[in-house]
Design a protein around this ligand. Structure first.
Ligand SMILES: [Fe+2]
Ligand SMILES: [Fe+2]
Length: 135
């Protein structure tokens, strides 16, 4: 069973960003499957690398929309993105150096890392961006 299943409550009502969130969910689910199947370090590092890169791409897409439309919560949101990038990059470094291994706890951390941000921060921009015609 997948670790994270998309729910309508995750929707930010902006198609492009929902699709990006779905892709991030997919990557975390692939990582979870790799862990369960006992895949090697190289395979896992590869998925973690994709997760780190796609996260940066996704955050940049949100920030570009904030700037374009003058979203008032952009500064606070930007700092949250920086913090999330640091958390996942540090996990990647610890994993690559062999200091950490993927465990159920690490996977639970990644699940919350993504879903808490969508629910607590991303959903706050929906009404503002929708009112600017971004859907
Ligand atoms: Fe997001
Ligand atoms: Fe965000």
């Amino acid at each position: 069973m997948a670790l994270i299943t998309w729910k309508d409550s995750y929707s930010v009502n902006i198609k492009e960003l929902d699709n990006q969130h779905k892709k991030l969910i997919d990557l975390i689910n692939v990582l979870h499957d790799s862990m369960k199947e006992g895949k090697g370090k190289e395979a896992i590092c590869n998925v973690l690398d994709q997760l780190v890169h796609y996260t940066a791409t996704h955050f940049a897409a949100e920030e570009k929309l904030f700037l374009k439309h003058g979203y008032p919560g952009s500064q606070d949101h930007y700092l949250k993105h920086q913090d999330l990038i640091e958390q996942v990059s540090s996990l990647q470094k610890r994993f690559e150096s062999g200091e950490s291994v993927l465990t159920i706890e690490v996977m639970a951390f990644l699940k919350d890392w993504l879903t808490d941000h969508i629910l607590a921060s991303d959903k706050k921009y929906t009404s503002f961006l929708n009112s600017k015609g971004v859907m």
